[in-house]
Design a binder for this molecule. Structure first.
Ligand code: ADP
Ligand code: MG
Length: 701
């Protein structure tokens, strides 16, 4: 028999097709199960009743018990009606204000009658009021009153419009729990429940929605967090076990001529971290298993050098390698570094992007297919179907978060056996979180900067300091340094942002007049030739200033640049700010990051700016970022939405539990990688449901 939990939400008493559609659209609730897995984001102690004289506006939602003194309807200048209900509880008076449902309320609210009133207190003139509180007559045995902890559920305007306020939502959850009570089956084997002292699933669902006490709520929360993290790990680790035991990888045992030539002619010694990572990768390349590795390293830690050396390992063993970058500018830059780096070797390198001319492109495609090109560097153009390799052995993907999982898997299919995959990301993700997102990838970290880097002095400035800031830029340019000026470009408001950039650019060229100052500009709306021209102007040192959008210049390497000005810095997330800052401080001179913001900042924005000014440590910043924003927002990672579907658990805050669940999942899979033992079979259902939700995930692992 089908499980009741999978039943369509429209069949739950209290919903129907219309409300079901709203629940689906607004909350992603399609089934009874989805509803039961929509948890309160906080709880109100409904057993506590405040007296009006104790109420202050800073409180969150509170409950008072008061008698209606009077009701009156008034109209404002725009003919909007308002109902004002004055209540009193003997300690003081309070006004309750309603703008909607006035007629309905007037029919029901009775002066002299006593109500439990629940809402947020605010101050209006000299008196306290509540706008649209919930009201329940005392002694009518209402659902919400006097029963201890009550959940407050996430909600939207459209839900309220459809009549699904918090009270109704609670009723729906109650109904679903009652209907499903015999169908909530345990998802975790008894052994694990015991070993980790977990509350049974059924009790946990009951108590997360209707906690009997704070203690029970804590137990329920722990159980459900455990469940989320455990199954996430189990699903990912299972893929990894299967990949490790079944997938064949190209074996690359030789350390050959090109590697040695290039290694020995490097202008700098590798850092220990770089050496360690190369060893880790080399172990994978000789293992006979296909590599799937994430290389993390803070901006400027030298990931590119590492990846090029690895490409040489593949090439010396008779394979081809490719490096895919998110933008043309970056691809061109990697190409130039590669040409320099491969200098004396016989390695043949080519660049392929969207703007490669047809004739040249055809030539490159031919040479790729016949194997005369060893290394190809490019953009998305590399994953097009027409691109055929003779023997692709290693695919390197830079700034991984800009590529969707699906794109990765297309590279994957370019060769049989699949090429080894190395994805590099400069967005430093805490290790614990990386495990959760990239559980199927092995992770290497470059946790050491090349020597001689000076910290970037980070300063917060506002409009009032603009002239002083310009004077400072001029003094830096006088010393022979170059300057980045970056404008935010955030998709939804692209037009606006583009306008800001244009205006900014006009201001800059007005302030920094040619020919004394040369200013280049790079943005997404330019023709590729113009972009390349301006970029080159700056990279070659001919332009003093580069005005750019944040999107364009991720990863751009111009060591002579000593200042980066970030306009509207409050609009950037922490890790993005940090990445941008990494554009400077690349050689040993002193460098600066100036964060320009408006005068009025939200609390979060102020926190971000202050953090930026106080630390350079990318890992510290991204931990802080996650704590502030939550992993769902993990900026730029296209995976975050699909993979990190965690409702309760936070891979950062619930570190301990994350480790506990990882251990539990590994122990099971070590003995039974396919979860085929009878006692493990109950887990397979949840795992496959997870996999179903994350189809694109399983394709890549
Ligand atoms: P990432 O891609 O990690 O941001 P890059 O590979 O672009 O960093 O390296 C940043 C800069 O540091 C480049 O100019 C590179 O030549 C240089 N570099 C890389 N490794 C070292 C090293 N071990 N010592 C000194 N400089 C290095
Ligand atoms: Mg880089």
């Amino acid at each position: 028999m089908a499980n009741l939990l999978d039943r369509d939400i429209q069949f739950l008493p209290g919903t129907g097709p219309k409300r079901a559609a709203v629940l689906a659209k607004e909350m992603g609730i399609y089934t009874f199960r989805d509803l039961l897995h929509t948890f309160p984001y906080r709880y109100i102690d409904r057993s506590r009743i405040y007296s009006i004289s104790d109420a202050v506006p800073s409180m969150s939602m509170i409950q008072i018990r008061a008698r209606i003194f009077s009701c009156s309807i008034s109209e404002d200048g725009r003919h909007r009606k308002r109902l004002t209900v004055t209540v009193s509880d003997g300690t003081g008076k309070m006004e309750l204000v309603f703008f909607q449902g006035i007629k309905w309320l007037m029919e029901r609210l009775k002066p002299g009658k006593e109500y439990i009133i629940f809402g947020k207190v605010s101050e209006f003139g000299n008196s306290l009021n509540m706008v649209h509180p919930e009201m329940d007559p005392v002694n009518e045995g209402s659902l919400n009153t006097g029963t201890g902890l009550a959940g407050i559920y996430p909600s939207t305007e459209n839900m309220k419009k459809a009549g699904i306020g918090n009270k109704v939502f609670i009723k729906l959850v109650r109904a679903a729990l009652d209907i499903c009570c015999t169908d909530i089956r345990e998802t975790i084997p008894h052994k694990i429940i015991e070993a980790h002292s977990l509350m049974p699933l059924k009790d946990a669902l009951e108590n997360i929605h209707f906690p009997k006490s704070l203690h029970e709520l804590a137990k329920a929360t722990r159980r459900l967090k455990f469940e989320e993290l455990f199954f996430l790990q189990l699903a990912m680790l299972k893929q990894k076990y299967i990949r490790k035991s079944f997938s064949k990888g190209n074996v690359m045992p030789k350390v050959g001529e090109s590697f040695n030539i290039c290694y020995n002619s490097m202008p700098f010694p590798l850092t220990n971290a770089q050496k360690r990572v190369i060893k880790e990768i080399r172990n994978d390349l000789v293992s006979g298993k296909q590599m799937n590795r994430l290389l993390q390293g803070d901006v400027g830690s030298g990931k590119t050098a590492v990846s090029l050396l690895c490409a040489l390992l593949a090439i010396d063993n008779g394979f081809q390698a490719c490096l895919m970058a998110p933008t043309e500018v970056l691809a061109a830059q990697h190409y130039n570094s590669a040409i320099k780096f491969f200098g004396n070797s016989k390695v043949r390198t080519a660049l392929l992007t969207g703007s490669t001319k047809t004739k040249e492109r055809n030539h490159i495609l031919e040479e790729l297919e016949d194997g005369s090109i060893d290394m190809i560097i490019g953009t998305h153009a590399l994953i097009e179907e027409k691109v055929v390799f003779r023997r692709l052995g290693l695919a390197i993907i830079d700034e991984q978060h800009r590529f969707g999982v699906e794109q990765r898997s297309r590279l994957w299919a370019k060769s049989v056996p699949s090429p080894h995959i190395l994805v590099m990301t400069a967005t430093p993700i805490p290790r614990t979180l990386a495990m959760t997102i990239y559980g199927d990838l092995d992770v290497s970290v470059i946790d050491e900067m090349p020597p001689g880097r000076k910290p970037v002095k980070t300063i917060h400035s506002t409009e009032a300091d603009r002239q002083r800031m310009y004077a400072f830029l001029k003094s830096q340019i006088k010393e022979g340094r170059q300057v980045f000026i970056v404008y935010p470009l955030i998709k939804e408001s692209e037009k606006m942002d583009y306008k800001n950039l244009q205006e900014g650019y006009m201001n800059i060229i007005g302030e920094f007049k040619a020919p004394e100052y040369i200013t280049a500009v790079v943005h997404g709306k330019q023709k590729n030739e113009d972009k390349a021209y301006d970029m080159n102007l700056f990279a070659s040192g001919k332009a003093h200033i580069l005005v750019a959008t944040s999107v364009i210049e991720v990863g751009v390497d111009v060591p002579n640049a000593s200042v980066i000005v970030i306009e509207s810095a409050e609009r950037f997330g922490l890790s993005q700010l940090h990445q941008l800052r990494g554009r400077v401080g690349r050689d040993s001179d002193k460098s600066y990051c100036i964060l320009m913001t408006g005068n009025r900042l939200s609390k979060e924005a102020r926190q971000r700016i202050e953090l930026m000014c106080s630390t350079q440590d990318g890992f510290e910043l991204s931990e802080a970022d996650l704590k502030m924003r939550g992993p769902g927002d993990l900026e730029g990672t296209q995976q975050s939405g699909t993979l990190l579907d965690l409702k309760l658990a936070s891979p950062v805050k619930d570190n301990e539990l994350l480790r506990e669940t990882e251990k539990a999942a590994s122990e099971i899979l070590e003995k039974d990688p396919e979860l085929s033992e009878p006692e493990n079979r109950i887990m397979e259902e949840t795992v496959s449901r997870l996999r179903h939700c994350r189809t694109d995930y399983s394709e890549i692992s």
